[in-house]
Design a protein around this ligand. Structure first.
Ligand code: AMP
Ligand code: ZN
Length: 465
């Protein structure tokens, strides 16, 4: 099997053939840093983290460039900074750090490159100027607008007709626009509003041109994969295509377009504007587990549904993920003392991932390997299966902590591991003194707090139930 991806541009699953296997480029639209991320925003971060891991496995780490930008100029940022009484620099530094912390807790690696929009303003001014020179954009009242009628195949990516585009873009019908579908490349920043000097006066870029310029700076005019949530297909990605193809005189911009489906609550897209969201931070805090355990559970939930399908967030989904991870870590626990054969690759997991990032099947396969390991006999067989668990876990970005941390790291604020060990010691002493009432009381109280004691020949062990 070779990698196949569903390409939004062709509406088909296609074999992925990079233009240069020694330099595979992927650009994913990153966060607008005005607020903390909700778990819906985490879905693309996790999905494309897995795709980046897979590309590195196939083409070699040094041959993949994964770019995820930071949008640190945008009207929502200007509004939020004013509302919070923060400077823009303070707000974007704080929320960028929060994004890194939150995605880190979900096991998302940093991308290879993370350009910030504010570092590329000159490139944006240049691209807007080029588009004017080539007859694809015009200046009006301090704005620079893309002239959609100058591009015959505008709308090709989203396959929308004109009315749908005007409706979907909810573009401002402004008197200075030649066509209501024309969109902003540059806009004026009056007074002391965040802005940069430009040939059209002090202003700031539109959102779409930011990604056209950052992707070109990092990956060139035409590159392999462009990703993001499906809400970005129109207008954001459509407009990136228009700007880049017209400015660079290319037929193509991104060769494969990959879009994740929505995370929903009661069937409705999770979004800040509907108010039906949980931030990643809140979810991590709500869990009685330590952050890295909770983060691993949420990552599992995100990967347990096909990335293109809607994913409805439920308590059951979270509980199932935890149970599955318990199964996986229990298998690893049984293999403690076995040296994993690290030359192993989890080939069947790779095959599922190569089939348009089929993470639910890849996870099922990982659990199947764990079950095989549970009944394996012979050190070679165990070493082989442990090697596959380690490799498969790495590709999916799970099973990255020790068995001990998984089973014990779920300590809540009230009761940490030291506290539990102290109670176990007290229970042993109570039993030695034949104070069975106290010994039972300790067991029951731990049980109420979700701690299960297991008495075995080598003493008492505990885990979170
Ligand atoms: P934003 O900060 O709103 O630009 O969103 C950042 C990323 O999260 C984009 O790729 C969006 O498409 C994606 N996104 C936003 N809401 C959801 C959702 N409910 N489910 C899945 N992806 C989402
Ligand atoms: Zn973008």
């Amino acid at each position: 099997m070779t990698l196949h991806l569903y390409n939004t541009a062709s509406r088909q699953k296609e074999e992925f053939v990079p233009s240069d296997p020694k330099r595979v480029g992927m650009y994913v639209c990153g966060p607008t840093v005005y607020d903390t991320a909700h778990i819906g925003n985490a879905r693309p971060a996790v999905v494309f983290d897995v795709l980046a891991r897979l590309l590195r496995h196939i083409y070699g780490k040094e041959h993949v460039i994964y770019v995820r930008n930071i949008t640190d100029v945008e009207d929502k940022i200007i509004e939020a900074a004013a509302e919070n009484g923060e400077t823009i620099a303070e707000l974007t530094a704080r929320t960028t750090k929060a994004y890194h912390d939150d995605m880190g807790a979900l096991g998302v690696d940093l991308p290879d490159r993370e350009p910030k929009a504010t570092e590329h303003i000159d490139g944006m001014i240049n691209m807007a100027r080029t588009l004017i020179e080539k007859g694809h954009a015009y200046e009006a009242e301090g704005h620079v607008l893309f002239d959609v009628q100058s591009m015959p195949n505008y709308g090709g990516l989203s396959q929308r007709n004109r009315d749908e585009m005007i409706e979907g873009a909810r573009v401002e019908v402004a008197p200075y626009k030649k066509d209501p579908a024309d969109f902003v490349l540059w806009k004026p920043s009056p007074g002391d509003m965040m802005g940069w000097e430009s040939p059209w006066g002090k202003g700031r870029p539109g959102w779409h041109i930011e990604c056209s310029v950052m992707s070109k700076a990092e990956l060139g005019e035409v590159f392999d994969i462009h990703g993001g949530g499906r809400d970005l297909i129109f207008p954001h990605h459509e407009n990136e295509v228009a700007q880049s193809c017209c400015a660079n005189d290319t037929e193509t911009y991104a060769r494969y377009w990959v879009h994740n489906g929505f995370l929903t609550v009661d069937g409705k897209k999770m979004s800040k504007s509907l108010g039906n969201f949980f931030t990643v931070r809140d979810l991590l805090g709500l869990s009685t587990k330590l952050e890295k355990c909770a983060g691993e559970i949420y990552r599992f939930v995100l990967l347990n549904t096909d990335y293109r399908q809607p994913l409805n967030w439920t308590e059951d989904g979270v509980q199932n993920a935890e149970n599955s991870l318990n199964t996986l870590y229990t298998a690893l626990q049984k293999l403690e003392g076995v040296d994993a054969d690290l030359s192993q690759t989890a080939d069947r997991i790779v095959e599922h991932l190569e089939n348009d990032i089929d993470t639910p099947f890849a996870l099922k396969e990982l659990i199947a390997i764990a079950k095989q390991a549970n009944v394996a006999e012979g050190d070679d067989e165990k070493a082989r299966l442990k090697g596959q668990l380690v490799h498969g876990g790495y590709l999916l970005g799970i099973l990255q902590q020790s068995v001990d941390d998984w089973f014990k790291g779920g300590a809540s604020d009230e009761l940490d591991a030291d506290g539990i060990e102290a109670l176990i010691q007290e229970r042993i002493e109570a039993r030695q003194n034949k104070d069975f009432a106290r010994s039972d009381e300790i067991r029951d109280s731990l049980k109420e707090q979700g701690i299960i004691l297991e008495d075995g020949p080598d003493g008492t062990t505990w885990k979170r139930g």
